[in-house]
Design a protein around this ligand. Structure first.
Ligand SMILES: NC(=O)c1ccc[n+]([C@@H]2O[C@H](COP(=O)([O-])OP(=O)(O)OC[C@H]3O[C@@H](n4cnc5c(N)ncnc54)[C@H](OP(=O)(O)O)[C@@H]3O)[C@@H](O)[C@H]2O)c1
Length: 271
């Protein structure tokens, strides 16, 4: 069993396989660039997203930071399309046979907000709901299952990170789909942590960050929501994605969290 406190090299050492979903911009890009310095020789970083251009820019930044040290693989797919999962998962995990990697890490970062124009009681279209939860919940569960199948050997240290949000535990108007998806993911990973003591599982709430997603939230048209983020901004509580990515990496490196925990960048939650 991989125990807590293995130290700095344990989670990001040499020969690490690391997949980051939503690596084409925002927090995913920051995580990828930060990991570039930490993944040792023989490592592979797999980045997913719909925008090839965005992924290529992230790859450029990773390679600038860490030339020749690691293989960066880009995989494009829409996670809202579950028929694309077999091909997507094949591409993500190609050439990961036994002995290829000592560490395996997956960071479920990709997410979408859904239709912010609707209140909780107005989401009537099952097709839209299915696509939303495919992107934000089903893909995460199915990708995790594939990750566990591929890295089933006891000699690979496995870590699964669920990028969550404060709204998984605090209701926010116009965020019914987003909040419920994040809440479901938190509990999914809590159950998995109970069942899989050999796997390190973390749900991380990165805090409000200056990204495209926050920009969309802040212009949703609901004054209460907008006031909330304006107040946070005036208190200096809107973070850069780089700063939040750094905090996540520190949590992983220190390796003190209880597997399955839900931790917040501000230390507000420890659930
Ligand atoms: N920003 C915040 O204030 C904040 C606060 C709390 C939690 N978070 C969480 O932090 C994570 C990153 O958020 P962010 O602010 O960096 O968001 P962002 O800038 O909107 O980036 C979202 C990422 O997810 C990918 N993505 C979205 N829909 C997708 C789909 N259908 N298929 C495949 N990939 C898709 C996007 O890639 P493509 O567009 O290339 O597909 C992009 O790389 C998310 O899990 C979010 O919930 C953010």
């Amino acid at each position: 069993m991989a125990s807590a406190g293995l130290g700095l090299s344990a989670v990001f050492g040499p020969a690490t396989f690391c997949a980051v979903t939503g690596g084409s911009r925002g927090l995913g890009r920051s995580i990828a660039v930060l990991l570039a310095e930490r993944l040792g020789e023989g490592s592979r970083l797999v980045l997913t997203g719909r925008s090839l251009q965005g992924l290529q820019e992230t790859k450029r930044q990773v390679e600038e930071k860490c030339p020749n040290q690691l293989e960066v693989k880009l995989v494009t797919a829409d996670m809202g399309d579950s028929t694309a999962y077999p091909a997507l998962f094949y591409d993500i995990f190609a050439d990961t046979g036994p002995g290829a990697f000592q560490n395996a890490l997956i960071i479920h970062n990709a997410a979408s907000l859904g239709d912010m124009g609707k209140k909780a009681a107005e989401h009537f279209d099952p097709e839209i709901l299915n696509k939303y939860y495919a992107t934000n919940l089903t893909s995460v569960i199915a990708l995790t299952a594939k990750f566990m199948e591929v890295f089933s050997g006891s000699n690979v240290r496995r870590t699964v990170v669920n990028i969550s949000s404060a709204v998984a535990v605090e209701p926010l108007r116009h965020h019914a789909l987003y909040s419920s998806g994040k809440a479901a993911r938190n509990m999914f990973f809590k159950v998995m942590a109970e069942e899989e003591p050999d796997v390190r599982v973390l749900s991380y709430s990165p805090g409000p960050m200056a990204t495209d997603m926050l920009q969309t939230v802040r212009s949703c048209g609901d004054k209460k929501v907008e006031d909330r983020f304006n107040a946070m901004e005036s208190k200096g509580l809107i973070l850069s994605p780089d700063a939040s990515a750094k905090h996540m990496c520190t949590l992983l490196e220190e390796d003190k969290f209880k597997s399955g925990a839900f931790l917040d960048v501000f230390g507000r939650f420890s659930l």
